[in-house]
Ligand binder design. Sequence first.
Ligand code: UD1
Length: 422
Amino acid sequence: MKKLTIRGGIPLYGDVYIGGMKNSALPILFATILTRGKNILYQIPKVSDIDLSLEILSFLGAVIEPLDDGGLLIDTSPIEFRDLPFEVSGKIRGSMYLIGAMLGRFGEASVGMPGGCNFGGNRPIDLHIKGFEALGARVNFTEDSMLHTEALDGLVGNSIYLDTTSVGATINIMLAATGAMGTTVIENAAREPHIADVANFLNAAGADISGAGTTTVKIRGGRPLHACRYTILPDMIEAGTYMLAAATAGGCVTVHNIIPKHMETVTAKLLETGVKVSVTDNSITVESDGRYRGTNFKALPYPGFPTDMHPQFGAMMCYAEGISTLVEGVFPKRFRYTDELTKMGADIHRTEENTALIYGTPRLRGASVHATDLRAGAALVIAALAADGVTEITGVEYIERGYTDIARHLRELGAAIELTET
Ligand code: UD1
């Protein structure tokens, strides 16, 4: 079991270099299944979700080799169709993309139902299934929790309207549609930057996708895809997490290797609280004395405030002057982290299923708390950095799913943080 021990109350100073975006890298790794040859990918983050994805690709036969220049070579020529039982695919949410990628390449997929972070409610995949069926695939669930899907007459392009804006469904349908004959149009598509990132990778490999990043994505499918070189976008959630850590604990931190456009909602919210933020072409500096105003926000699909920054902002608002209202518009039950913050003395009231009121307090105290999911863990780290005394955080394995060396990065900024393993 791993544990983070943080002695709070130390301001953070220095620079953090942000890695590639986990939520892009996962589907792009699985998208390599659609290609044949030696892909070289840059900015693949070193996080446990990626390690598990690479294990899945190896299981399918891909040959994977780290290169001296930091790239990762993935030779997909030897990949063969295999069933992917739950023990292989079930540990990460991103394995849902195996279904679209296998269907696109082999016209068939047999995958153990995807796992991943549980935000306190189900994470359905009905829209993914609706998309696969619209492309001509039949989908069945077997008794051993396997999803089997097959397009007996081949996949054929179609128009698909998503009832809910879903990142996963947009990407998954895009992957399958790349292998379908004819044109697929996805309406009410999600617009997150990682959707354009996946489309850009596929286009670099020879696909013909337009409109990714807008609500209408058009895929002209059926082209053979070759291997390519591609650099993954920087991780806006990793960057936002360090920005909020600096705002909450105080100090002056610059996050580098970011795309400021992707950070606009986080930057706007920080400015609303009175924290100083300055932006260059590829970096953002956050300067704070740890005192700021409360504010309100609603997590929404991009370009709204990102749900994956909600818990971190919740932690920051615990120390704000005044009252903050947090509304979760994507995963209504994503509030499990608030119980842990309450153990540290936070004053949080749930007024509706998807709403919390936070009464700011100048001080929280260190406590023993548990990360219930990835971003909940990031929220606890932020709260602990500004708290009086020592906080011990378990459930670190969740945090490691999405943050590369978070303890080292924060130590380099001056934090008193130790990672131990028992
Ligand atoms: C992805 C991200 C996750 C992020 C989320 C929203 C990965 C691995 N995970 O998750 O970090 O928090 O986007 O930005 O990239 N929904 C349905 N039916 C479906 C699919 C989704 O009803 O078939 C609903 C969900 O319950 C949720 C909403 O749609 O309320 C958005 O979910 P979605 O965008 O699909 O999230 P994920 O792709 O699972």
